[in-house]
Ligand binder design. Structure first.
Ligand SMILES: [Zn+2]
Length: 403
């Protein structure tokens, strides 16, 4: 089936085809021209209209983007921690919340108590919310199992959910009855036995250390999967040089990135995954995103969707936060959750930008891209095409489609 999208005000495309990623000092080279887009089956076929197309979409007044890519979520999880959020913002110390059984331990209990159907039901509801806000590709992580069996279950549920990538965050928190060193032996065994696309670790005073990060790097190299790492969220632990030495694909969070680590990170083939939803809702520091972009880092935005620090599923909201709080242009924000995010997941040869031959994942906004961060909190996505199929249409956009 051919489908043609006509009369768009803007169509976001890379400056040249075939780029695996685009460093952020070049983000403003992204093109926003009023061209037509024609799809043939599940591929982008041409940037011109096809008069004989079976389906025509009138995109007048719209911006057309590649499907958004959320490369850092904590799906699947069970339940939420809304009461804990109220405690946090009203000043209850985290230690008190944790002593009362809150935090990651609460999510691990909920995960253990929920049936597979309950976990998948909640995760599918969230995946549908993400699709409605333009996310056509997402990553899932384990990490709320906190035991060998439950982490293996989380991998299986991530696959059943249909996540495009499943990351083993086996080193998320140290399970009770273990110390971090001992638990790393189980992390090693899980990495060897589970079918995961990447390995991840949370480096922080309450979790794992830089030595454990280096150890996980060796495990990831052995398993031939990318290493990712949650680093520098609450403290400057100087984890970035360790991650770079271990060949990490991405370092995620970076709110407390040490100034001396900006240049080495920007020069490396390692993405800086920034999570402004977690920064905002957690009243964390703001990552030095302007500096990273100016220095030419491979910058990426993601939701960090999780029940603790970032119960945010919308990349348009994340884009709005990034533009305001990082001082980024709209092009910089869009690059960070399209091509560069696809590169983190090893998918940028197929997804993340509008190029002939790439997978037909597209999003129509009902405005130009400048409105996206400006009308903060509003969802401008009125139509989503995934894998060549119209996957979601807002009722007020139904008139745009004619077959
Ligand atoms: Zn995370």
């Amino acid at each position: 089936m051919t489908l043609t999208i006509e009369h768009a005000t803007q169509v976001l495309r890379p400056p040249t085809d075939g780029l695996p990623y685009l460093r952020h000092d070049r983000a403003n080279e992204l093109v926003l021209d009023p061209v037509a887009v024609t799809l043939g089956g599940d591929r982008i076929a041409a940037f011109e209209p096809d008069a004989g197309a079976a389906v025509r979409i009138d995109a007048s007044g719209c911006a057309v983007l590649p499907g958004l890519v959320d490369c850092h979520t904590h799906l699947p999880f069970a339940g939420w921690r809304a009461e804990e959020y109220e405690q946090k913002v009203t000043g209850v110390p985290y230690e008190e919340i944790a002593r009362a059984g809150g935090g990651i331990a609460a999510s691990a209990r909920a995960f253990a108590q929920a049936t597979d159907d309950e976990v998948l039901g909640q995760a599918r509801t969230l995946a549908a919310e993400m699709l409605a806000t333009g996310t056509t590709t997402f990553e899932a992580k384990t990490g709320y199992g906190l035991s060998v069996d439950a982490e293996a279950r989380a991998v299986r549920l991530g696959r059943e959910l249909g996540a495009d990538r499943v990351t083993g965050l086996f080193a998320h928190a140290v399970p009770e009855a273990y110390d971090a060193d001992t638990w790393m032996d189980y992390v090693d065994a899980l990495a060897a036995s589970c079918d995961v696309d990447a390995l991840d670790i949370y480096v922080e005073s309450v979790a794992f250390t830089n030595e454990h990060l280096a150890h996980l790097g060796a495990i990831a190299a052995r398993e031939r999967v990318p290493l990712r790492a949650h680093v520098e969220q609450f403290n400057a632990n100087r984890s970035v040089p360790v991650a770079l030495a271990a060949g990490a694909r991405s370092v995620d969070h970076l709110a407390c990135l040490h100034p001396d680590d900006i240049a080495p990170l920007a020069g490396a083939e390692c993405a800086a995954v920034l999570l402004p939803g977690a920064e905002f809702l957690g009243a964390e520091r703001v990552a030095p995103a302007r500096e990273l972009a100016d220095a030419g880092a491979i910058c990426v935005l993601a939701t960090d969707l999780n029940p603790g620090t970032s119960p945010v599923s919308s990349l348009p909201v994340v884009i709005g936060l990034a533009v305001r709080r990082y001082g980024w242009s709209v092009r910089e924000a869009l690059l960070a959750c399209t091509l560069n995010a696809a590169w983190v997941l090893g998918l940028s040869d197929e997804r993340g930008s509008l190029e002939v031959g790439k997978r037909a994942d597209l999003v129509l906004l009902d405005t130009t891209v400048a409105h996206l961060p400006y009308r903060f909190g509003r969802n401008p996505v009125n139509l989503v095409i995934r894998d060549g199929e119209v996957a979601r249409v807002r009722p007020d956009a139904a008139w745009r489609i004619s077959a």
